[in-house]
Ligand binder design. Structure first.
Ligand code: ADP
Ligand code: MG
Length: 359
């Protein structure tokens, strides 16, 4: 009887996991959290359940809770059966701490092979822990050349800031991901953070994450200021904090690259702090790359001010990746599984998608 109950329980849990996986693929993170949270407390050693919940929480902007779920699973496994955490959860924990872009949700391509550029970015599913390197994005040679120049001048001790602005799906994150990899290959200390869409995110959210990564990798050892106390305070304190950050970065013995993805959602404290930080990058070996949606009528004025301040920084670069043209699409198709697709097909794809890689 107990055996049967356990079997039914396992089938139920499996179905729930499949359902949550489907929600994750559709970008319905909150729905996935709601479905999983209770079950996950009762089955704290069921690793797939826990990893789905951790990804859902992370995508919902609850990074700390996601890490807590993994830690609870680690302790439960150890206490109940003396086992260690599996590879998938261990890798997931690292990816969460590092804000690996592969964890972010992206819409599934409309048909098989649409993302045929060789991208192995998971289409919203769980990250592949053995994910290989990605190929360079199509049609972005100019942008990549500009980014390479920025890395070179940082290696010579002159840092700056680059913004990548464009509509959703145009390839901002992909470009930032590519420069992130290139910088890592060149020996930069790299760190990635993304601003959550949630209004309720704590102050200085992305800054906290960047600092956390630097501390974890042993590049910075001083503790962060009390950020709650700094929230909403006047310019002098924030300026002093920015100086402290620049000094810490300047002490690192290698060039540094930071990415802040989706800056349009940064909290106002972060934006104010960044205004000061970017003005001091010129004399240290540190590059900030920020991606954001273009300015429109709905954006926060603090974001507009921050972009204006960034534009004043010496050597700052604004990249505006454009829609892909027919030649790019044709090249893209020729490298994927639609090898041999005619120019006519490329034209049709261009017409249907307006050159946006996600459509
Ligand atoms: N130039 C490109 N070449 C190949 N794939 C691309 C390119 N630009 C974007 N993609 C793919 O399109 C999807 C959306 O791109 P992403 O960088 O997430 O857009 P954004 O950050 O601007 O919303 C991703 O799967 C990405 O890998
Ligand atoms: Mg993006």
């Amino acid at each position: 009887m107990i055996g049967q109950a356990a079997r039914v329980g396992a089938i139920r849990a499996g179905a729930l996991e499949d359902l949550a996986d489907a929600h994750l693929r559709l970008g319905q993170h909150i729905e996935a959290v709601n479905r999983l949270e209770l079950e996950a407390t009762e089955q704290a050693s069921r690793e797939r359940l826990q990893s789905l919940l951790a990804v859902a929480l992370y995508r919902a902007g609850r990074q700390t809770d996601a890490l807590r779920v993994i830690d609870r699973c680690r302790r439960t496994l150890l206490n109940t059966s003396g086992l260690h955490l599996g590879t998938v959860l261990k890798q997931l924990e690292t990816s969460i701490l590092e804000h690996d872009p592969a964890l972010d949700w992206t819409a599934s391509p409309p048909s098989a092979g649409a993302d045929a550029a060789g991208s192995d970015r998971p289409d919203g599913a769980l990250p592949d822990p053995l994910r290989g390197r990605r190929t360079d994005p199509i049609g972005r040679n100019e942008e990549l050349a500009a980014l390479d120049r920025v890395l070179s001048s940082a290696e010579d001790g002159r840092g700056t800031v680059v913004t990548i602005l464009g509509q959703p799906g145009i390839g901002k994150t992909r470009l930032a991901d590519t420069v992130f990899q290139r910088a890592a290959d060149r020996g930069f200390v790299t760190s990635w953070s993304r601003c959550p869409e949630h209004r309720s995110a704590p102050p200085f959210w992305p800054v906290t994450h960047l600092a956390e990564q630097l501390r974890r990798t042993g590049h910075v050892d001083e503790p962060l200021n009390d950020l709650e106390a700094l929230s909403g305070v006047g310019g002098v304190e924030v300026f002093a904090f920015a100086r402290q950050i620049l000094e810490s970065l300047g002490r690192i013995d290698r060039p540094v690259l930071f990415v802040i993805d989706d800056l349009q959602w940064a909290d106002p404290d972060t934006l104010r702090l960044l205004e000061y930080v970017v003005s001091g990058l010129g004399s240290i070996a540190c590059v900030l790359v920020a991606t954001a949606r273009p300015i429109d009528d709905h954006v926060d004025p603090a974001f507009v001010d921050c972009l204006a301040e960034i534009a004043r920084v010496e050597g700052s670069t604004q990249l505006l990746p454009r829609a892909l043209d027919v030649e790019h699409i044709s090249h893209w198709l020729s490298t994927g599984e639609h090898r041999g697709a005619s120019l006519e097909i490329a034209r049709l794809v261009h017409e249907r998608t307006n050159g946006n890689p996600t459509r």
